[in-house]
Design a protein around this ligand. Structure first.
Ligand code: ADP
Ligand code: MG
Length: 573
C-alpha cells in the first residue's frame, strides 16, 4: 500500500496529463466502436439487404472513425513520453536532493554504482510503468469494459463467459504479478552485483595488473554472471508459464464464442452481421484483456523498483534550521562535543570544549585517527554531533539555515573531488569570476607558473577526478576553488599534505596574507604548517589534550612538544 501512496504523490502532480490521457482513451474507444458498429451495418444492410443508399455514408463513417483512431494511436506515444519525462525529472530531482541532504555518513556507506543505477534504471522503469504501462492499463480496462457492455447487449451467455475469463485473468494477473515481482527483484539484485563487480574491476585495473589478479577478477565476474543468468532464466520461465495460461484461455474462449455464435446464426437467432461484429469484438475483448493482464502484471512487477527506491530513501533527511545567518559569524564555541561513528565501539570525539577565536588561525594537530577530520566535519556541519553542539553566535549550528552556513564557510578535504572538465570550470563551480581574480588566487596556491606552462591554460581538461594532475596539484586546485568563494570560515583538512615542504611554506605565507582578519581552521599532520596559528588544539584519541599557542605548548613540554620533537628528528634525519 505504501508503494501506491508514494507513487500517487508523483502521479497526482501530472493530473492534467492524466485527464488528457483519459479523454484520448475515451475518444479512441468511441472511434473504434463506431468503426465496428458501422461494419455491422455494411454487412447486414448494404451487403445482405442490398441497400446501396447507405453504402457511401457507411464507408465514410467507417473511414473517419479509423482515421481518428489511427491518429490517436500516433498521438499516444507523444503524450505518454511527456508523462514519462515529467515523472522521471520530478523523481530524479527529488532523489538528487535526498542524496545531497541526507547524512554524509549514510551516503558514504553506499556503493556509487548502486546510487547511479537508481537513477539509470529505477528512475527509468518506475516512470515507464506509470506512463506507458499505466496508460496501456487504463486504455485496455476502459476498452474491455465497453466491449463487455456490447457483448452483454448481444448475448448474456457470451457475457457470462467473458466475465468468467476476466475473473480468471485477474486472478492469473495477480498470481503472476507477484511471481514476476519476485523474479524481477532477484534479477535486479544479481544485475546490481554484476555492475558493482564490473565497476570495481575497471576502477582497480592498476591493482589487478600489479597483483596479477586477472584470474581472480574474471572468476568473480563469471560466478556473478552465472547468478544473473540463472535468475534471468527463472524470470523467463515465469513469463512462459504466464503465457501458456493466458494464451490457452484466449483460445478456449475464442472457440466458444465462434461455435456459440455460429450456432445462433444457424438457428436464426443472430444475423451474420451481428455474428461477424461479435466475433471481432470477442477477439478484441480477449486481446484487450490479455494486454490488460500484461500491463497489470508489469505494473505490479515494477513495484520492486519502487521498493528499492523507498528502501534507499527510508532514512529521513536532517532538516536544516531556519534561522538566517545574516549578521555573519561572530563567535564559534565547541560545546562539549561527543561523537561516535555508527559501527565504532568508542567515541571518535569526546567532550571537546573550546572557543575558536574569530578572525584568527586555528590549528588542529594530533596523530592519525585522533579525530581531527571528524572535528573538521562536525564544524562544517557534515555530521551532527551526538552530544554537545557547535554554537555559532551562541546558537546550535543545526538551528541555523544550513545554506547560509555553507555560504559563510568552505572546506577543503585531503582528497578533493575534481570534475572531468576544464581547470576553469573546476575552479569556478558555477560562479562567475574574472580570469584576473582566478590568476590572483592561483598565485596564492602556487599554481601560477604551472598554468602558464599549459598549452591551453585554464581551458585544459584535467581528466577523470583530475587524473592528469599530480596529487599536490589536485590539492592546490581544490584550495584555489575554496579561496575563490568568499568564506568567513575556511577549514583545511590536511589540504596541503601532498605538497613539498617548500611549496607548502610559500602557500602558508600567502594564505596568511589572504586570510587576514578571517577565521581559518587548519588540520595538519605536519606541525610546521600550523606553527604560527593563534590557537592550536592538540588531539589524541578523540580528546583535546592540550591547547594554546606554539610557544606556550612548547613551554608546557607535554604531548605537543613530544610530537614536534619527533617530527623535527624525522625531518633532520
Ligand atoms: P584523523 O583525521 O585524526 O586521522 P579521523 O577523524 O578521520 O582521524 O578518525 C577518527 C576515528 O574515527 C578513527 O578511529 C577512524 O577509524 C574513525 N572514522 C573516521 N571516519 C569514519 C567513518 N566514515 N566511519 C566510521 N569510522 C570512521
Ligand atoms: Mg584526517
Amino acid at each position: 500500500m505504501k508503494y501506491f501512496k508514494w507513487t500517487w504523490t508523483y502521479l497526482k502532480r501530472q493530473k492534467l496529463l492524466l485527464v488528457l490521457i483519459l479523454v484520448l482513451t475515451v475518444i479512441q474507444i468511441i472511434t473504434q466502436f463506431g468503426g465496428n458498429f458501422y461494419q455491422k451495418q455494411l454487412i447486414d444492410d448494404v451487403i445482405v439487404k442490398g441497400d446501396m443508399n447507405l453504402l457511401r455514408s457507411t464507408i465514410l463513417i467507417i473511414g473517419v472513425c479509423y482515421l481518428l483512431h489511427a491518429s490517436l494511436t500516433f498521438l499516444s506515444p507523444y503524450v505518454s513520453l511527456q508523462n514519462y519525462s515529467r515523472l522521471r525529472l520530478d523523481m530524479s530531482g527529488w532523489l538528487l536532493r535526498y542524496i545531497n541532504q541526507v547524512s554524509i555518513l549514510r551516503i558514504q556507506r553506499e556503493r556509487i554504482n548502486d546510487m547511479v543505477s537508481l537513477f539509470l534504471w529505477q528512475l527509468h522503469l518506475v516512470p515507464f510503468a506509470l506512463s506507458d504501462r499505466l496508460w496501456n492499463f487504463i486504455q485496455n480496462l476502459t476498452l474491455s469494459l465497453a466491449l463487455i457492455i456490447f457483448i452483454a447487449w448481444v448475448s448474456p451467455k457470451m457475457l457470462f463467459i467473458c466475465i468468467l475469463t476476466a475473473i480468471i485473468y485477474v486472478w492469473l494477473g495477480y498470481f503472476y504479478g507477484i511471481k514476476t515481482k519476485e523474479a524481477r527483484k532477484k534479477v535486479w539484485d544479481a544485475r546490481y552485483k554484476l555492475g558493482v563487480c564490473l565497476e570495481e574491476g575497471v576502477s582497480a585495473t592498476r591493482e589487478i595488473t600489479a597483483y596479477n589478479l586477472d584470474e581472480w577478477d574474471s572468476s568473480r565476474y563469471n560466478s556473478l554472471f552465472k547468478e544473473y543468468y540463472d535468475h534471468s532464466m527463472q524470470e523467463v520461465r515465469t513469463n512462459n508459464k504466464k503465457l501458456i495460461w493466458s494464451k490457452g484461455l484466449e483460445w478456449v474462449t475464442l472457440l466458444f464464442i465462434f461455435f456459440y455464435g455460429a450456432y445462433m446464426v444457424y438457428n436464426g437467432q443472430m444475423s451474420i452481421g451481428v455474428f461477424v461484429v461479435t466475433y471481432i469484438f470477442g477477439t478484441q475483448y480477449l486481446s484487450t484483456v490479455l494486454a490488460l493482464f500484461d500491463s497489470g502484471t508489469d505494473i505490479i512487477g515494477h513495484l520492486t523498483h519502487v521498493e528499492r527506491i523507498m528502501k534507499f530513501t527510508e532514512q529521513p533527511i536532517e532538516k536544516s534550521g531556519e534561522r538566517r545567518l545574516k549578521s555573519g559569524v561572530q563567535t564559534i564555541y565547541l560545546d562539549k562535543i561527543t561523537f561516535r561513528y555508527p559501527e565504532q565501539e568508542s567515541d571518535a570525539l569526546h567532550e571537546i570544549e573550546c572557543e575558536l577565536p574569530i578572525g584568527k588561525t586555528i590549528g588542529i594537530v594530533g596523530g592519525s585517527g585522533s579525530g581531527k577530520s571528524t572535528l573538521a566535519g562536525i564544524l562544517f556541519g557534515l555530521h551532527d554531533p551526538g552530544e554537545g553542539n557547535v554554537l555559532v553566535n551562541g546558537i546550535p549550528l543545526k538551528e541555523w539555515d544550513y545554506d547560509d552556513w555553507k555560504m559563510n564557510t568552505a572546506i577543503v578535504l585531503q582528497e578533493p573531488y575534481l570534475f572531468h572538465d576544464t581547470l576553469r570550470q573546476n575552479l569556478l563551480m558555477g560562479q562567475e569570476i574574472s580570469d584576473e581574480a582566478i590568476m590572483r588566487v592561483l598565485k596564492i596556491v602556487q599554481l601560477e607558473s604551472f598554468i602558464h606552462s599549459l598549452l591551453n591554460g585554464l581551458d585544459t581538461i584535467i581528466g577523470e577526478r583530475g587524473i592528469t594532475l599530480s596529487g599536490g596539484q589536485r590539492q592546490r586546485v581544490a584550495l584555489a576553488r575554496a579561496l575563490l568563494r568568499p568564506s568567513e570560515v575556511l577549514i583545511l583538512d590536511e589540504a596541503t599534505s601532498a605538497l613539498d615542504l617548500e611549496t607548502e611554506r610559500k602557500f602558508q605565507a600567502a594564505l596568511r596574507q589572504e586570510r587576514l582578519g578571517k577565521t581559518t581552521v587548519i588540520v595538519a599532520h605536519r606541525l610546521s604548517t600550523i606553527r604560527d596559528a593563534d590557537l592550536i588544539l592538540v588531539m589524541d584519541n578523540g580528546h583535546v589534550v592540550e591547547q594554546g599557542g606554539h610557544s606556550v605548548l612548547m613551554a608546557l613540554g607535554g604531548y605537543y612538544r613530544k610530537l614536534v620533537d619527533t617530527q623535527e628528528n624525522i625531518y633532520q634525519d
